[in-house]
Write a protein that binds this ligand. Structure first.
Ligand code: ARG
Length: 563
């Protein structure tokens, strides 16, 4: 039963058609203060239309409302406050959660539509940057949220594995490279060669010619160039996969830029056919004045293609292959202008899914005030940050629960979870700095706090032993219990809203609120007392455990049963 719909119906009848159901539904608010009821209708939104003072409208309205299915309906100023029937709601919410388990909150609004998510997308032979990492974690969570809303996400790692830099890398490797070094530590050594190339090439500009030749060979499919390129790619991917494994993220495809190298002609043909290409200083551009954007450079004067040329091919390919309901690109906010251009070009070309192209930007992250960049000379710092987090988690567990059987596994789940949660609890567009130690605390706004609350619920259930769970009875008069249940009731709407906004932080913030409410309940009431309401209390605990675990799951964070 949708209680918001129930309140909407009561108001709709009382308002006698002044507002549509959809309008009423949308106006309903969830008061923070419990004395204001469970749902509130702001009457001031009618003041203009009805030419009356809001509090008079509210007072007249409350007279007309059929109150029989509510605990109470009362006026407070310009608001009509509805108090739901706690027993009925509790019973229903808990029964639903116990029945549906992890599927609670699932909806089918996505109707199975394919949604390719361009995510992570690091560059071969370079360290994975913090931006790529954020993209990985945010993209992974959005994929899970989409699935929960009935979509079919396709996690697509659009590797930066093509471009003139590979000519430089091959040149450098052939001059100074060593196979064993690359195998032992691919990223560091490949970067070393690349850096050396740029140093040497100042005094030996002929190196540039050589690099151009190697790239040309690569484009022409030369055997040696191709096999070196492929090897660099494989070794880099191995290094990336170590990090992905630690984070627990996998991909459906790794079709990088190189994959689209032989698929660009179609896009160029469409651009020509539609007369969209214009010459500008020898190069080919698409004018985007109409969109208030700078011209997009599609082909260089020597006919060479660019990042955007490959992205156009990518969009056409995804359009044909997946017939996407939406096309998502989880890429840092520094590329916002670029994606505006890409979308505009695709719209001009008439690519079907261009209208549903969404760039999902995010801000920068620093840890302990330090940028997790690669230029500092310390490469793949992120790997170290993850290891530091795991170590800190280990220490905490050693202090709190030294007898825990699978300590290492839990330390991994807590350490990695702390980093992911520390990222996702912030609105993605914000720049964030987090202090590692703070994110690992078992109290406060942290992943471990939510994990700990879930483990606490599981521990209560373990202590209770085998019990029949029946969510009835009066214990729910307890206000902390009601607060918790109301929050459980909100979960399906949070799932929808997080999907609409592509915003994992809504789930993370929700999980913090739920954990807090549950801990308050736990502090207030003796759950494990043998009385006639025991089973009902345990139903609440079990429901909290299910919803906390599922919230964490939607973020890509594990929920150990014991910690
Ligand atoms: N490899 C690019 C970079 O590191 C990100 C690719 C994003 N995806 C895309 N389809 N352009 O900046």
């Amino acid at each position: 039963m949708d209680y918001k719909a129930q309140v909407t119906n009561a108001l709709y009848t009382a308002l006698d058609g002044e507002l549509s159901s959809a309008e009423i539904y949308q106006k309903l608010e969830r008061p923070k203060d419990f004395s204001m009821g469970d749902l509130a209708f702001p009457a001031f939104t009618l003041a203009k239309m009805m030419h009356k003072a809001p509090n008079i409208i509210a007072a007249e309205l409350v007279e007309k409302i059929d109150k029989s299915s509510f605990e109470n309906v009362e006026v407070k100023g310009a608001y009509v406050n509805f108090f739901l029937d706690k027993m009925a709601v509790s019973n229903e919410v808990l029964t639903t959660i116990l029945e549906e388990g992890a599927a609670y909150g699932q909806n089918d609004s996505g109707k199975g539509g394919n949604v390719p998510i361009d995510m992570s997308s690091p560059n071969i032979a370079k360290p994975i940057s913090m931006g790529h990492l954020r993209s990985t974690v945010i993209g992974n969570s959005i994929a899970k949220i989409l699935e929960k809303n009935g979509y079919h996400p396709i996690k697509d790692n659009h590797l930066g594995d093509w471009g003139t830099q590979f000519g430089k890398l091959i040149t450098a490797y052939k001059l100074w490279g060593n196979e064993d070094d690359v195998k032992a530590d691919p990223i560091n050594n490949l970067v070393k060669y690349y850096v050396k190339f740029h140093k040497e090439d100042v005094e030996h500009p002929e190196l540039d010619d050589e690099a151009r030749e190697w790239f040309k060979k690569l484009e022409d499919g030369d055997e040696e160039a191709t096999s070196l390129w492929k090897w660099f790619r494989d070794e880099s991917l191995k290094a990336f996969n170590k990090i992905y494994d630690k984070l627990g993220v996998s991909f459906d495809t790794y079709n990088g830029e190189a994959f689209y190298n032989d698929k660009m002609q179609e896009g160029i043909d469409i651009l020509k056919e539609k007369n969209l290409l214009q010459e500008s200083q020898g190069a080919q551009v698409v004018m985007l004045d109409k969109y208030n954007l700078n011209p997009a450079l599609i082909l260089k004067s020597d006919g060479a293609t660019l990042y955007i040329t490959r992205d156009i091919a990518t969009a056409i390919y995804r359009d044909k292959t997946y017939k996407p309901a939406m096309n998502l690109y989880v890429v840092g906010s520094e590329q916002t202008n670029y994606f505006e251009q890409l979308k505009a070009v695709l719209l001009e070309m008439g690519v079907n899914s261009a209208n549903d192209l969404h760039h999902i930007p995010f801000g920068l992250i620093t840890v302990n005030g330090k940028k997790l960049s690669t230029r500092s000379g310390r490469i793949i710092l992120l790997d170290e940050v993850l290891d530091d987090a795991i170590e800190l988690a280990q220490k905490q567990i050693e202090e709190k629960n030294p007898d825990l059987p699978n300590k290492d596994e839990v330390a991994n789940q807590v350490g990695v979870g702390a980093i992911i949660f520390g990222d996702l609890k912030n609105e993605r567009i914000n720049n964030i700095d987090f202090v590692l130690e703070d994110q690992l605390k078992f109290e406060g706004e942290t992943g471990p706090y939510v994990q700990y609350s879930h483990a606490r619920a599981e521990s209560i259930l373990r202590k209770a032993g085998k019990q029949e769970l029946k969510p009835t009875d009066k214990h729910l008069d307890d206000s902390a219990a009601w607060e918790t249940i109301r929050m459980l009731q909100d979960f399906p709407e949070i799932v929808k809203s997080a999907c609409q906004d592509f915003e994992p932080s809504e789930i993370a913030k929700y999980s913090l609120r739920l954990a807090k409410a549950f801990n308050k309940y736990y502090a207030h009431s003796k759950i494990l007392v043998e009385d006639e309401n025991l089973s009902a209390r345990l139903s609440l605990v079990k429901s909290v455990s299910i919803v906390l675990k599922e919230s964490l799951n939607l973020l890509g964070v594990q929920a150990p049963d014991e910690m």
